[in-house]
Design a protein around this ligand. Sequence first.
Ligand SMILES: NC(=O)c1ccc[n+]([C@@H]2O[C@H](COP(=O)([O-])OP(=O)(O)OC[C@H]3O[C@@H](n4cnc5c(N)ncnc54)[C@H](OP(=O)(O)O)[C@@H]3O)[C@@H](O)[C@H]2O)c1
Length: 240
Amino acid sequence: MEQDTKTALITGASRGLGLALARRLAAEGWALIVDARGAEDLEDARAELAELTRVVTIPGDVTDREHRQALVGAAREEGSLDALVNNASILGPSPQPALLDYPLEELEEVYRVNTLAPLALIQAVRSELKHGARILNITSDAAVEPYEGWGGYGSSKAALEQLSAILVAENPDLRIYWVDPGDMRTRMHQEAFPDEDISNRPLPEESVPGLIELLEGDVPSGRYRARDLAEARDASSAGS
Ligand SMILES: NC(=O)c1ccc[n+]([C@@H]2O[C@H](COP(=O)([O-])OP(=O)(O)OC[C@H]3O[C@@H](n4cnc5c(N)ncnc54)[C@H](OP(=O)(O)O)[C@@H]3O)[C@@H](O)[C@H]2O)c1
């Protein structure tokens, strides 16, 4: 194993933002460990990424403890992690029910995937994180804006944001970011707006430069909007 190869564990990298980020990191030579529940899509992603870098794919569900242990095992074999990106997420039922009508078993699943699994993965990989490793928890504007109909998904992301903030308070040595990628033209977004033409939404690739800034720059822990970060970096490089 090369000493200076960086390694990232990205959850939910078979499509959407996770795959867009994996493609960019692969092109930069990062080694990757990635997962998703759907084995076929994940295999397609593996075949593409493996053209560029070393990639380990582990099909499975982030809510499953054994699957998380398999991810940790892969991180150990890679010689520890430079980044953990908790990206895998579900919307819940589509169309999204109002909170007074929200089936609680489905709400529990949304919380298990979006809130508890990211914390469980951070707990599980803590001893595999290199000094200065970055933890990115992908959240949403729905975590902070009380949009009608977004009570399930939005509150799960709000809880993820507060978990992230408290992890920073409890572990000032860790670099933890909770990041709103903005609206993106992905399957999840189409599920959120089932009757809308979403072809005017930006592709997930447009949110990737901001994530790269967090992974490779020297940004303090905290909450960020991915596209704002990229704009700020572009403005400062244009001014210098
Ligand atoms: N799209 C937007 O407009 C938007 C806006 C704000 C925030 N976000 C956030 O951005 C992130 C990426 O979203 P996206 O739009 O790219 O979603 P997406 O296209 O639905 O992709 C989600 C990825 O996560 C995987 N996944 C879902 N549940 C999983 C589980 N339980 N275990 C393992 N993998 C799982 C999916 O594969 P499988 O289904 O095969 O498991 C897929 O690879 C999410 O955190 C989302 O909340 C999205």
